[in-house]
Design a protein around this ligand. Structure first.
Ligand code: NAD
Length: 259
């Protein structure tokens, strides 16, 4: 039986994770915590799942890794700087980070997952594969109006993957003749890829990758229509994190066999 603790348990994603873990025969929901709860109840958990807030997740993560806990992170906001910070904590074997309790480098695993949906993971992979064939690449991500951060973690990751593929293929910047611009009209630029964020009541989580070349475009679109779409990936991560090497892993591509 895998003992699971959930942080953000009263939230939209956290409550769905609690239901899913509670319904799985091989998992036991040991702690369901939300804001203002002490993390002491996580003692004895095999895996902690964090679906909180970009402003809260780093503190949670530091405390969990100090306790040697394996953490599956669904919370967004993980840019390269954050990932490097977490990797730094985990590599300091025996040294322990600033707060100095038990060492963070005690074999803990952190799995940061920008998107748990299998369809979204495939959409990112297909976009990466296609990127080298097209002069232009832009991303439109569309989410519910309650989302705290923009762009989404999925869009940030997709942009990085596309940028890597474009660089490897020797592609320069996407063609763009814009000389005057109302601030924000061309979206945010992540690694040379423009990302446009839509926030709209009624949506869940959606993304389009737009690729264009002479005389043709390719649009790769994914829609999460319900939060249950994330749960198979969350279960895969919970069940698989113990087999990962200690330290930081990003994404469930490896677990899905599409890395
Ligand atoms: N990786 C993915 O596949 C995926 C999918 C959907 C959402 N997300 C991300 O997951 C996060 C949560 O999304 P949501 O829609 O459930 O948000 P939400 O606002 O509904 O829930 C967040 C919950 O976290 C709690 N919380 C805040 N600070 C906390 C703390 N320090 N300790 C414990 N709990 C705390 C809040 O009280 C709230 O109950 C967001 O960052 C979102 O972008 C990721």
């Amino acid at each position: 039986m895998i003992k699971v603790g959930v942080l953000g348990a009263r939230g939209r994603m956290g409550s769905e994770v609690c239901r899913t873990v509670g319904a799985a025969d091989d998992l036991q929901l040991t702690a369901a915590l939300d804001i203002d709860d002490t993390l002491d109840a996580l003692a004895g958990c095999d895996v902690v799942v964090d679906f909180t807030d970009p402003a809260a997740v780093m503190k949670n993560l530091l405390e969990c890794t100090e306790r040697g806990l394996n953490v599956v992170v669904g919370t967004s906001g993980f840019d390269q700087a954050r990932l490097a910070e977490v990797a730094g904590w985990l590599s300091q074997a025996g040294a322990g980070p600033a707060t100095g309790e038990s060492p963070a480098g005690s074999g803990a695993r952190v799995l940061v997952v920008p998107n748990f949906s299998v369809g979204a993971v495939l959409m990112m992979r297909f976009a990466e594969q296609a990127a080298r064939f097209f002069a232009s690449a832009e991303i439109i991500e569309l989410h519910h109006a309650g989302k705290a951060d923009a762009p989404s973690g999925t869009a940030t990751r997709t942009a990085a993957m596309i940028a890597g593929a474009r660089a490897a293929a020797g592609l320069g910047p996407s063609p763009d003749a814009t000389v005057t611009e109302v601030a924000g009209a061309r979206g945010a630029e992540l690694g040379g890829v423009r990302v446009h964020s839509v926030r709209l009541a009624g949506l869940v989580a959606h993304q389009e990758v737009l690729l264009g070349g002479p005389g043709e475009t390719l649009t790769i679109r994914h829609d999460s229509l319900d939060r249950v779409s994330f749960m198979p990936g969350v279960l895969l991560a919970i069940r698989g994190i113990g087999a990962l090497p200690p330290g930081l892993t990003v994404g469930i591509e490896g677990m899905l066999g599409v890395s």
